[in-house]
Structure formats: C-alpha cells, structure tokens
Design a protein around this ligand. Sequence first.
Ligand SMILES: C[S@@+](CC[C@H](N)C(=O)[O-])C[C@H]1O[C@@H](n2cnc3c(N)ncnc32)[C@H](O)[C@@H]1O
Length: 314
Amino acid sequence: MLTLAACAAGLFIGPTLTSAYLIADASAPPAARVRAAAWVNTGLNLGAAGGTAATGVFLDAFPLPLCYALAAAPALAAAATLRFLPERQHDSRFRPVRPHHLGMDDTMSNEEFWETRYAGHEHVWSGDPNAILVKEITGLEPGTALDLGCGEGADAIWLAGRGWRVTATDISRTALERAAQHAGDAGVAGRVDWQRHDLAVSFPEVSYDLVTAMFLHTPAEGMPREEILRTAAAAVAPGGILFIAGHSGPPPWDPDAHPHVHLPGADEVLTSLGLPDGEWEVLHSGEHERLQTAPDGRTMTRTDNALKLRRRPA
Ligand SMILES: C[S@@+](CC[C@H](N)C(=O)[O-])C[C@H]1O[C@@H](n2cnc3c(N)ncnc32)[C@H](O)[C@@H]1O
C-alpha cells in the first residue's frame, strides 16, 4: 500500500513540476508544450486558466533540480519507511511459502511427511539463514554448534562460514543430502557434520557451545517438541548458548492451518524447559514480526518468538 501511495504521489508531482518547467521553455516543440500543459492541468485539477497561473508560480518558486527532488521525495519517503518495517525472514524473501499440509495425509509418519515435502520441491526454503539467528548470534565467539531440525542447512552453513564447527541434524535424508551439497558449494563442507536423527528417538551425545532449534515444528504426529528442547538444553556446555525460535501462531493467510499443533510463546517455552534455578541467564525472550510471501503472492506479517539463554559457566 505504501509503495502504491508513493508511486501515485510520484505520478502526480513528477509530471506536474517537470512539465511546468517545460511549458516555460519557449524553444520546446509546440506539441510537447501542449501535452505538458495538459499534464499540469490534469495534475493540478485547476482548469486551463488556473493551471497556467499555477505553472507560473511553480516556475518562479522552483529551479529544475528542485522539481526533480520533489518528484523523487515520495519514493525516498517510502524507502525510509520500509527500512523500519519488520525484516523479511529467510523462508519468505521472494518465494511464496508453500503450505505445509499440501500432500499430507493423516496416516503419514513425521519422517514420511518431511521426506515427501523435501523430495517434492527442489528448494523448500530460500537458502538464506534465519534473520533472527543472524541478529542474535552475530558477535558470539565461534565454537561448537548443534542445529536441530536443520532442513536444507542455511543456518548451519551460515554458522560454519563464521567459524563455528557445526553438527546439523534433521529427520529427512533428502534435506541433509541437499544441505551437504549447499555446504560444498559454499566452501564449508569440512566444517559441518550432517547427522540424520529423529530427535524423538536419538540425539547427538556431545555438548556444544551453541545449540539452536529454529522453527522445530511439524504438522505431523510424533515429535515431542518440549522433551526435545529439554534434551537440547542439557546439551549446552557451561558458558554456552541455547537459542530457540518458533512461530507464535498459524500463518495469517491460513489461520485454521494445523489446529492440533501447539505453538508456544517464548515464556511458555522457558517454563517448559524446567531449568534449574540460578544455572541459566535469559539474554533475550520475546516476539518479533517479519514479512512473508503467502502462497497467493500477498505479503503478510507473521509473528514469531525467540528465546536466547546462557548456561552460566561452571
Ligand atoms: C519448519 S522446518 C525448519 C527448518 C529450518 N530449521 C529452518 O528454520 O528453516 C522443521 C524441520 O524440522 C525437521 N524435523 C521435524 N521433526 C523432526 C524430528 N523428529 N527430528 C529431527 N528433525 C525433525 C524437519 O525435517 C524440518 O527440516
């Protein structure tokens, strides 16, 4: 809407002012001057006599560079406003989000659901790391990291590119193969260990300086998220960070999607972790908005939440 308003304003101001200048130029071809006058009269909505008078006012008041500056002003204002709108997240940049439930049937296991989803599309996600991860993890001293439910690997690859040694896990073999390929393309293959785990059943056994669970949600049955996140907390080394991001509600373009999937806020996640008193410090907890492109191409705002905790050094 904002962009449309800016364009409309530009269409009005630009031709009006620059045409006004042209009208005053006696050496311009007569046909151009007639067209310019029509623009001015339409743009100012003043009728012929008023339009001519207004032309004189503009010409007296504004040199040509100022006419151009005024014409550009709405676009600059739109750009400045857009700067403060919520950041787009990586799965939404230019590609519309694919509804999770398409192709799903009730008899599918969690693993079958994700295999089908990844096998059905060459790229399910954009390939960019999650913006909230980049924001919250940039600046941390790199060490060892564990990414739970890594999908096509964009976050793990981003971490590896910043010096982390990453173990990245997912239930889908197809996603892991694709992620490994992307890591090779990005030149970080040697820094990421891709491990297939159904986290409801098995979990990497080492402890890590950073453990991330980014949108570890599933519409299918059989993923005990709270239990997995408690195991994730236990896998954080003393002094290390646990970072969990999730959706705060269903997608705005389909509010009835997955009514059986519970999407807790950051406070609820923190409570469900059941962390021992005094052992952890909350560095960030809250909601944030981002723009996503809906399956029908509309740009919509979605609310997510994130929790960043530090395990106190031993
Ligand atoms: C919504 S996607 C998020 C992917 C990625 N973290 C991101 O932010 O783009 C959820 C991911 O969790 C994985 N997943 C779901 N259930 C899992 C389980 N039980 N064990 C391991 N991974 C699982 C899925 O295969 C999928 O890649």
